[in-house]
Design a binder for this molecule. Structure first.
Ligand SMILES: NC(=O)c1ccc[n+]([C@@H]2O[C@H](COP(=O)([O-])OP(=O)(O)OC[C@H]3O[C@@H](n4cnc5c(N)ncnc54)[C@H](O)[C@@H]3O)[C@@H](O)[C@H]2O)c1
Length: 328
């Protein structure tokens, strides 16, 4: 194998917060995708270009020595082994997937959520099945080794509490996917209330509960008043409780359960621990590399699973609106 064959070539589509850290004319966030690519670049991963419609962001990238284009069609040297990573907001995703497919690509990473509406997810699913594209949604927590290993410890889990903010389709969708990865699917959901009404679907938050097929009770509670990134999961097992803090740094705590009475959750205690990191994104690219070059199986969130997440979110919203539980 020559050197080129041992590398994967990435084209980032959308150069905003999650991709380059750039927003409103300034660098405001950790550039998750760029940092992850940079950390393994030259050995395994090569960034070919970023496609971004905003001229300010393109100029910023060009100043950093990164090739930046306004449209996918402006790139002249794409080949079918390149991997497009779509980091745009979840609108018009099918349109972008179709554009990428003009180059007969086989592998595609898509930022979560797959789409805002379940019906769009189904259309995307039909399209990628038809063209035999591997589409993976970036629910990156299921790629993180420590979280994969945690599965072993959760065998006697009876209930899960999720504490989150920043939107059902946004932060909560990560937890819906992780719970699916650990335990399988929900049978039904029942929404309790809409905690905040933002003018975009992604950031609307809802509290709800449901039952998993494995007979595990799941409770999602949103806390919109906290001013840090909150995504904590508590796994209540027969004689222990495992707390997984994933809003920023990954923290896992195991505590004994002395009695059955559940004392509630002091989410404010975890503020200090919530520093941002992008470990999951690095593992995404390492797994992607192993999948493409070494033909290894991975835990990527595939199209079926990412459709399931949008289905759950849609049913939660419906059940809040009509006050009735929704079967999945
Ligand atoms: N996996 C994660 O942990 C994680 C974290 C944060 C955000 N996200 C997801 O990433 C996506 C993007 O979020 P963001 O916060 O970076 O958004 P953003 O608005 O900051 O960035 C999106 C960028 O895409 C560009 N864009 C939109 N349509 C385009 C097109 N057709 N061609 C080229 N560029 C286009 C916009 O100009 C913008 O700069 C969302 O779906 C979000 O949910 C995932």
């Amino acid at each position: 194998m020559n050197d080129q064959k041992n590398k994967i070539f990435i084209i980032l589509v959308g150069g905003g917060k999650v991709s380059t850290g750039y927003t409103n004319g300034k660098l405001t966030h950790i550039p998750n995708h760029l940092s992850a690519i940079k950390s393994i670049e030259n050995t395994k991963v090569v960034l070919k270009a970023v496609v971004e419609k905003n001229i300010k962001i393109r100029n910023f990238l060009v100043n950093k020595g990164i090739k930046a284009y306004k449209n996918i069609d402006d790139i002249k040297y794409i080949n079918k082994n390149d991997i497009f990573v779509i980091c745009t907001p979840p609108k018009d995703r099918l349109l972008l997937i179709k554009k990428c497919n003009k180059f007969k690509i086989r592998n595609l990473i898509l930022e979560k959520p797959l789409s805002e509406k379940f019906i769009e997810s189904i259309k995307i699913k039909e399209y990628v099945h038809k063209y035999k594209i591997n589409l993976f949604t970036n629910y990156h927590r299921r790629n993180i080794k420590t979280l994969v290993e945690l599965k072993r410890k959760l065998k006697d889990c009876v209930a899960i509490n999720v504490h989150y903010n920043n939107g059902l389709l946004n932060y909560a969708s990560h937890a819906i996917d992780l719970i699916n990865f650990y335990f399988g699917k929900l049978i039904y959901v029942q929404g309790i209330k809409n905690e905040n009404k933002k003018n975009n679907k992604l950031n609307n938050s809802y509290s709800f509960y449901g039952i998993l097929k494995k007979n595990i009770f799941v409770n999602f509670q949103s806390y919109e008043k906290v001013n840090y990134d909150l995504l904590d999961l508590e796994f209540i097992c027969k004689n222990k409780k495992i707390v997984l803090k994933t809003g920023g740094s990954l923290i896992i705590e195991e505590k004994p359960i002395k009695n059955l009475y559940y004392k509630g959750y002091n989410h404010l205690k975890s503020i200090k621990e919530h520093k941002k990191n992008s470990e999951g994104f690095k593992e995404l690219y390492l797994n992607l590399y192993n999948f493409v070059v070494n033909n290894n199986k991975t835990n990527f969130c595939n199209i079926e699973n990412s459709c399931y997440v949008t289905e759950v979110c849609e049913k939660v919203i419906k059940s809040v609106k009509n006050g009735r539980k929704q079967i999945i």
